[in-house]
Design a protein around this ligand. Structure first.
Ligand code: 5GP
Ligand code: ZN
Length: 114
């Protein structure tokens, strides 16, 4: 959609280190990693924020979590632990308006987050 960076990654018009893709989602490493594993899981379909997901497509989030679990196993962090984060709208710090799950792992996480 328009100027969306993540749509450009989906369309392969922008390079990314893709770690998984299928007909529904694509996952790639974050350009500015905040942990040894920092992968973003996004739907191919452009949806701007969590608030824009329609009730009848909420199963998409479950599918994104399923793929996050697979990637966690592949990257060896499933048992050690990892964090899934999704930011929604300005006060959360959302900077790319195409929904994504951040998967962070490979180091001890702190709580509460900043
Ligand atoms: P948000 O701030 O919206 O929760 O997360 C957006 C994430 O996308 C940030 O962690 C940022 O580093 C990452 N990001 C922004 N532009 C690009 C890009 O062009 N390629 C990749 N791989 N990640 C990006
Ligand atoms: Zn998009």
């Amino acid at each position: 959609m328009g100027d969306c960076i993540f749509c450009k990654i989906v369309e392969k018009k922008l390079p990314a280190k893709i770690v998984y893709e299928d007909d529904i989602v694509i996952a790639f490493d974050d350009i500015s990693p905040q942990a040894p594993v920092h992968t973003l899981i996004i739907p191919r379909k452009h949806i701007s924020t969590l608030m824009d997901i329609k009730d009848d497509e909420l199963n998409l989030l479950g599918y994104m979590i399923k793929i996050a679990r697979k990637i966690a196993k592949d990257r060896g962090i499933a048992d050690r632990g990892f964090r899934l984060v999704t930011n929604c709208n300005p006060e959360s710090g959302q900077s790319v308006y195409h929904i994504h799950l951040h998967m962070l792992g490979g180091r001890r996480m702190h709580w509460p987050p900043g």
